[in-house]
Design a protein around this ligand. Structure first.
Ligand SMILES: [Zn+2]
Length: 223
């Protein structure tokens, strides 16, 4: 039934931004302390959790990577080809660091724009050129993508499928099935805490299991 359920959790920026943010983007930046606390929290959950980082901020490598390595965790990094090697974003050396630590790299496209309603030229840039640029930086093929701004429609998905992308991540805030092509994620937001992650992300999924465990007094084993 829910055996293959997985919770995908997505981080964006951590700490102080080193570039000018897009309107509304600050909602997705968390402090380094909060980031560490949420990482500690979700890594103890009694359900499979998959971590990812969007936007290719410099904090991916400066703060995210060491925190993951310290905890023996892995995350997939969805980088923006158009921001590679620009101030405040991951540079080529950073991509190499992520790769050598075993972190998969995926595409977040070229220009951080919605993938809905793209022209033919924009489609090529977002789905083909971006993938090529990132594959060169990563030294490995790019087969996964995360939709910028969480926006997509049927046309976007079929274009990605036609191009052989093996897994697409969204921001639809619901549990995913581990093997599914389309993977909803929960984005961590500025106000999130370990408690809000528990109540907003973990609790809706395994409630029956938790209730059962409480009934038989085994809940402590999960802490
Ligand atoms: Zn993004």
């Amino acid at each position: 039934m829910s055996n293959d359920r997985v919770l995908n959790i997505c981080f964006h920026g951590v700490g102080e931004p080193q570039r000018e943010l897009e309107p509304g983007e600050d909602v997705y930046w968390v402090t380094a302390d909060r980031f560490a606390a949420i990482l500690d929290e979700v890594s103890t959950w009694p359900v499979p959790v998959r971590l990812s980082f969007d936007d290719g901020n410099a904090s991916d490598v400066e703060i995210g990577l060491p925190a993951l390595v310290e905890r023996g965790l892995t995350a997939e990094f969805f980088l923006l080809a158009g921001r590679l090697d620009t101030p405040g974003s991951v540079d080529s050396a950073g991509v190499a660091k992520l790769r050598s630590a075993g972190m998969p790299i995926g595409s977040h496209g070229m220009a951080h724009r919605s993938w809905r309603g793209l022209s033919a030229a924009e489609t090529t840039a977002e789905f083909d050129t971006a993938r090529t640029v990132l594959a060169e930086a990563a030294g490995a093929p790019i087969t996964t993508a995360a939709c910028p701004l969480g926006r997509y429609d049927r046309r976007v998905l079929s274009a990605l499928r036609d191009r052989g992308y093996t897994r697409i991540y969204t921001s639809d805030r619901r549990p995913a099935r581990s093997g599914a092509w389309l993977q909803p994620r929960y984005s961590v937001r500025h106000h999130d805490t370990p408690a809000s992650m528990r109540s907003g992300v973990l609790a809706p999924a395994p409630l029956p299991a938790r209730a059962r465990a409480l009934a038989v007094g085994t809940v402590k084993r999960w802490r």
